[in-house]
Design a protein around this ligand. Sequence first.
Ligand SMILES: [Zn+2]
Length: 259
Amino acid sequence: MKHITLIITLIALLACNNANKQQSTDNSQQSTPCSLLPTPYSLPPTPCSLPKSLLLGKFDPATDTNFIAIPPHMTSHTNIYCQRQTLQAYIAMRDSALKENISLTIVSATRTFDRQRQIWERKWNSTPSLPNDTTAHIQKIHNIMRYSSMPGTSRHHWGTDLDFISVETDYWTHGEGLRTYQWLCANAHKFGFFQPYTSDPSRTGYAEERWHWSYAPLSKPYLHAYQQKITAKDITGFSGSYLIDSLNIIQTHVLGISQ
Ligand SMILES: [Zn+2]
């Protein structure tokens, strides 16, 4: 009898130990066990279903089943991707716009961390500076970040945000560009899209971008997950990245949107 009691006690102790191990692994990321959630998701994404790699653009949209290549007749570029749900909503909006002779051609969609780093380094290197000149580095960051993101901080990493027609500010202020912008302001919300970078003076971060529209049913959960999971320590590996914390880039630029 003593033996049986001992064996039962040992089994109970082992089971408890395993459960604690599992819990401590899960707690290192989230309080909910992320491993139980399916990917790709069929429900709206939660912070659990969005690992840091997705939030930071460190993945390949060509092999991620949530992503799809944008059909060539909808974009001026080749081999660009967005999330399937974003594309579905975009197609509905595009069809509606076409009835009013407005063509919402996509000029940019998902950009990976590496792609954003290429853009960043090209702009960074276009102005010379000494390696230890922090003042010059801060000035460069402010100049670049009027319109371009630091790698790891772009909404374009998420496959939820699209740029339409032209990324030139002037295009959108008159004629066809202004008419298209007015149509988007009046109608995009019906399809789940909003303009994150408006002219609202209470907003921080990027200048107004009339071409950039975000699919809220996906991008809002992504932003929520980003707030929960990403800190400045996660964003490294490019020129000037040492300043991201002191310049409070996540607060001003990732969170500085219209809604
Ligand atoms: Zn954009």
